[in-house]
Design a protein around this ligand. Structure first.
Ligand code: ZN
Length: 161
């Protein structure tokens, strides 16, 4: 509970500073969206976010959700994953620990990679003329079930030849 409210306070402050620095209006909606996002664990789409807002009986348009998520990405408070799925996939940034993901190019399933080695090398990367906000690595490939399905289709296709 305490940890959760501390995160919420910290991100609200960061967002406030970002909006002030860029001469943006601080609206109730923007803060409500920020808090909703920081209550979502793992990845989410705009549709998921809309559902979360609806559950909270807070009505905002899809346009506002798109615009606010864009602002949060620019403020380094939100990750927009560069996945090739049709819907944009977002994730909050709760700590500065490096993250790595493996993505299936077929079904777009995303899984967190828990590799200490990878995390350590990411942590040790300190470029001279670039200020890092978050460290993320993506690994692309084919998941087990897609691999199985591909092989099955291949066997069937070969049989029909
Ligand atoms: Zn797959």
């Amino acid at each position: 509970m305490g940890e959760k409210s501390t995160i919420h306070e910290a991100v609200e402050e960061q967002f406030r500073c970002y909006m002030i620095a860029n001469g943006m209006r601080q609206t109730k909606e923007r803060y409500a969206i920020l808090h909703a996002i920081y209550d979502i664990e793992g990845t989410f789409t705009i549709e998921d976010l809309q559902q979360t807002m609806q559950d909270r009986r807070f009505h905002v348009s899809t346009g506002t959700l798109y615009l606010t998520t864009q602002l949060l990405v620019q403020a380094n408070l939100l990750i927009r994953h560069p996945f090739s799925s049709s819907a944009a996939i977002f994730e909050r940034i709760v700590d500065d620990r490096p993250r790595s993901y493996q993505i299936c190019s077929h079904c777009h399933r995303i899984t967190r990679i828990k590799s200490k080695e990878l995390a350590v090398s990411l942590e040790n990367y300190h470029p001279r003329s670039f200020s890092i906000s978050h460290r993320i690595v993506y690994v692309y490939g084919t998941c087990t079930s897609c691999n199985r399905a591909l092989h099955k289709r291949l066997r069937l296709a070969l049989k029909q030849q």
